[in-house]
Design a protein around this ligand. Structure first.
Ligand SMILES: Cc1cc2nc3c(=O)[nH]c(=O)nc-3n(C[C@H](O)[C@H](O)[C@H](O)COP(=O)(O)OP(=O)(O)OC[C@H]3O[C@@H](n4cnc5c(N)ncnc54)[C@H](O)[C@@H]3O)c2cc1C
Length: 382
């Protein structure tokens, strides 16, 4: 293979943003390799056998408060505005989720006002001024009853860890509202790419100067690819041959089904905290805007990670982070190499955070020395 300015491992958001920016703004060439048979990383979507646009690796809900991210991505896609609605199935019924005034009224069996809900939660919540983990964060917001109904078993099923063993951010990221706002997310921008994520990535990666090689594993191909710099977005422990042991991850098993009805369930996502082995059923058609007589759903089963499986989630917990720090020290000494993204920096990032981080990393490269062939690649993580 030819020599490239950059070899980029991974055609997900991190890799694609860097490849596009380096080519369009600095005229740098790059080869983007991905061991999967498609671009877009975990955001990959495709039309299934029934012709329905589906998300292969779990639902990807676009949202952000960052104008920079919106403006950047809008060069490659138009948007289908949407709000994401979720229900939780427990105690034999659908419940509005995240917890809001409608959930509260259903629970107490009569009408209430925001003030009554706030007063009641104040009586229910535990007095924990600085919650140290996800259990404490939920107990400090809504108390034991709602914690047990919606959070405890869902979290255990998903992470195979008790909420008390996970960072406060895992459950703390889910809003609790005393009004009737029943949207899953609160961000100002909530919209799906009109033609889907893969179409958006194809436009980004069609930038002259970017070459993509699919079905190509970096570990097998690296000896044959001449390049000046490396941008790596895969698992950091794999990169370093597991020198400090395996990092813990959580994996998933997806079971798709197509049904001969226009819609299968009332909302895009139904959580199953206390019933079944799956955590949720997702019917992405609710938010893609596609018109179709049939529908496809996906049942999502958490599963243990082992080498060879997809590492979907770094574990947001102190013990995992401690082990990651050892790899981080190694990464700092790796010449001409930038570690970027969810797996290489072992962070539980959303798409918009990954895009923002990649744009910042690009800026750092460009500002250091836009014409240099050996910029000092600064890891943007801080
Ligand atoms: C189930 C699930 C649901 C999610 N839902 C949302 C959501 O609703 N909203 C949201 O904002 N975010 C969501 N995310 C997070 C989102 O997927 C990530 O933030 C984003 O995809 C990270 O991009 P990335 O480029 O860092 O990594 P990835 O998308 O994981 O891309 C990394 C790529 O590197 C490739 N790779 C790894 N190692 C090698 C190698 N050795 N050789 C070649 N290629 C390699 C992989 O095949 C992969 O394609 C979700 C994640 C998951 C797992």
């Amino acid at each position: 293979m030819d020599g490239y300015d950059y070899l980029i491992v991974g055609a997900g958001f991190s890799g694609a943003v860097l490849a596009e920016r380096l080519a369009s703004q600095l005229g740098k060439t790059s080869l983007v390799v991905d061991r999967r048979n498609h671009v877009a990383g975990n955001a990959y979507d495709f039309h299934d056998d029934a012709g329905l646009l589906v998300h292969k690796y779990g639902p990807h809900y676009s949202r952000t408060n960052s104008d920079e991210v919106i403006n950047y991505l809008s060069q490659f896609t138009e948007w289908h505005p949407v709000h994401y609605h979720i229900l939780s199935w427990t105690h034999g019924d659908y419940w509005p989720f995240p917890i809001n005034l409608n959930t509260f009224e259903k629970l107490i069996g009569k009408n209430a006002s925001p003030a009554i809900m706030a007063q009641t939660l104040a009586a229910w919540r535990h007095d924990i001024p600085s919650p140290k983990n996800s259990k404490e964060v939920v107990l400090s917001q809504v108390g034991t009853r709602l914690y047990e109904m919606f959070f405890e078993n869902y979290t255990r099923k998903h992470w195979k860890r008790d909420p008390s063993e996970l960072d406060p951010s895992v459950c703390g990221r889910i809003p609790v509202r005393t009004n009737r706002d029943d949207r899953y997310l609160s961000d100002k921008f909530q919209a799906m790419p009109t033609e889907g994520y893969t179409a958006m990535f194809e436009k980004m990666l069609a930038t002259p100067g970017v070459t993509v090689a699919l079905n190509t594993d970096y570990r097998e191909a690296k000896a044959d690819i001449r390049h000046k710099h490396l941008i790596y977005t895969g698992m950091i422990d794999e990169y370093f041959d597991y020198t400090h042991g395996d990092l813990p991850y959580r994996s998933l098993h997806f079971v798709p089904e197509t049904h001969d009805v226009e819609f299968y369930q009332p909302t895009v996502q139904v959580n199953y905290p206390n019933d079944h082995d799956y955590t949720r059923i997702v019917e992405i058609k609710h938010v893609t805007g596609q018109q179709h007589a049939k529908t496809s759903i996906v049942k999502e089963y958490p599963q243990d990670f082992e080498r060879g499986r997809e590492a979907y989630y770094p574990i947001p917990a102190p013990d995992a982070r401690e082990r990651y720090q050892k790899y981080r020290q190694l990464a700092k000494t790796e010449p001409n190499t930038l570690f970027l993204g969810r797996l290489a920096t072992y962070r539980y990032y959303n798409m918009d955070q990954v895009v923002a981080t990649a744009l910042t990393a690009f800026q750092a490269i460009a500002e250091k020395d836009p014409t240099s062939t050996t910029p000092d690649l600064a890891n943007p993580e801080s």
